[in-house]
Design a binder for this molecule. Sequence first.
Ligand code: ADP
Ligand code: ADP
Ligand code: ZN
Length: 216
Amino acid sequence: MKIVLLGPPGAGKGTQAKSISNRYSIPHISTGDIFRKNISENTPLGIEAKKYINDGQLVPDDVTINMVKDRLQQEDCKNGYLLDGFPRTVHQAEALQLFLQDRGESLDTSLCIDVPKEFILERMTGRRVCPSCGASYHVKFNPPIVASKCDVCGSDIIQRKDDADETVRERLDVYERQTQPLIDFYSSKDLLSVVDGTKAINEVFESICRILGSDK
Ligand code: ADP
Ligand code: ADP
Ligand code: ZN
C-alpha cells in the first residue's frame, strides 16, 4: 500500500502515521524527520536544509525530491510506504507521479487530515517531540506517561525550534500557498480521502482505518 498523508502543519500527520505504519506494516517516511536527523548529524544535506527549516520555509524541491527518491528505492519500501510531509508542492507531487509511473506503480490514496486554522496554533505550540524516534506528544492533548520522557524509547522530549509562535504563522502561510493546491491535484485524480482531524487521536485513527480497509 502506498499512501500520501496531507494536511496543514500540526494536523496530526506524524501522530497518525506512527499508528498507520504499525497497523499496515509499511515504513513511515517523514521528510521532516529525515531533515532533522541530517541537521543533528551536521551532514551537508542538514546544513542546507537548516537554512530554510528554521525560517519556516520549504527546502528547495530538487534537494527534497532527490532525497525522497533515494529513500523510496530502499529495500523496506518494496511493499509500500506512507509518505508524511511529502509532497508539499505541486512540483513534488508531479515528480512522485513520474517516479511511480516509471516503475509501473501507483498511489493507493492520499489522505487529508482536515483541521481548521483555529486549532493549529495550540497544537503546534504545545507539541513536544522525541529527537531519537520522532514520536510526537502534546503538553495538553497527548502528554507522555512519564513527564518529559518519550513513551517509546525513554529519551528526553523537546520542543522543535520551528514550533515557536512566529515561525508557526509563516509555516501556515507557506502551507496555504504551496501545499493546499495538492488537495485539488489529488482530488482531480480521484485519489483523495478526507478525515476530520479535530476529533480525538484514536477517533481520527479509526476513520483512517475505515478508509484504508483491512488489506495490507
Ligand atoms: P510539520 O508537519 O509540522 O509542518 P515537518 O516535520 O513535516 O513539519 O516539516 C518541518 C519542515 O521541514 C518544514 O517546515 C520544511 O521546512 C521542511 N520540509 C519537510 N518536508 C518538506 C518537503 N516535502 N518539501 C520542502 N520542505 C520540507
Ligand atoms: P503534523 O505531523 O501534522 O505536523 P503532529 O502529529 O506532530 O502533526 O501533531 C501536532 C500536535 O498536535 C502534537 O503535539 C500532537 O500530539 C497533537 N495532536 C495530534 N493529533 C491530535 C488530535 N487529534 N487532537 C489533539 N491533539 C492532537
Ligand atoms: Zn522516542
